[in-house]
Design a protein around this ligand. Sequence first.
Ligand SMILES: NC(=O)c1ccc[n+]([C@@H]2O[C@H](COP(=O)([O-])OP(=O)(O)OC[C@H]3O[C@@H](n4cnc5c(N)ncnc54)[C@H](OP(=O)(O)O)[C@@H]3O)[C@@H](O)[C@H]2O)c1
Length: 279
Amino acid sequence: MTTITLNDGTSIPQFGFGTWQIPDAEATPRVAEAFEAGYRHIDTAQMYGNESGVGRAIATSGLAREDIYITTKLNNNNHAPDRAIASIDDSLERLGLDYVDLFLIHWPLPMIDIDYVDTWHALEEIRGTGKARSIGVSSFTEENLRRVVASASIVPVVNQIEVHPYLSQTALRSVDADLGIATEAWSPLAQGQVFDDPALAAIAERLDRPVSAVVLAWHLHRGDIVFPKASSAARIRENFAAQDLKLGADDIAAIDALDQGRRIGPDPATFDWVPNEEV
Ligand SMILES: NC(=O)c1ccc[n+]([C@@H]2O[C@H](COP(=O)([O-])OP(=O)(O)OC[C@H]3O[C@@H](n4cnc5c(N)ncnc54)[C@H](OP(=O)(O)O)[C@@H]3O)[C@@H](O)[C@H]2O)c1
């Protein structure tokens, strides 16, 4: 499996399994199926409410800790530095781990009154304790990244952002690269919204592969880290198999041309949702 070396010298499997919208009880069998299929990188979050389910799958996997890569993310109600520092202990307890491989600020929340730069300093402290081997951010804009980098002693290792053929994020991916930050593509399949695209369907038919595989192969060709979510063992395996699909230059160019700047998720510049519940 291809790995990517991050700016702190650690490496991350380029292909992983995403767990958003998988309820806690179902996370255990789905993550177990992912491990069975060969995945070693799991993306979860405090917000997803399924860290315990992911943890049960880890505990029963029989896999060595150093052979798996686990990411979790700081929930929006935990931005205050003292809450951020306490919340990693809660995540580790739910996951049944001594450390996560990667801990991210889930959303920058520029509209709330806690500055994400202060939150970033809390993540730097968490990395110092060893409870997170690496730290990064999610859905950060260029302005958010530049503010963090200007005041940080640790540059985020990744920026996890919405990327798919309808939102190719060429400009922000290039900012990430200039700053030494790897791009992770969230909702890489646009949650299924690209599946009926005629250009993608034509490529898929010619190559005799599913549209999902064509889209995942495009992400991998660009060098981004991806973790599609799926709800059946068959789809989990099918997505993993996309790693062997290499697209030609014409197909890559045809998919690049599908960009419409169209988000399916919230705009990070205005997203300000903070949950009431304690997670
Ligand atoms: N940082 C953030 O704010 C953020 C935001 C969104 C997502 N993420 C991360 O990115 C991960 C992936 O994104 P996502 O879950 O939004 O969506 P996604 O991976 O782009 O798409 C998942 C959808 O595609 C379907 N699908 C998957 N594989 C398929 C296949 N081989 N054939 C047909 N349909 C298939 C799934 O259906 P079934 O489930 O019915 O199989 C599901 O409806 C998340 O799980 C999460 O870990 C992060």
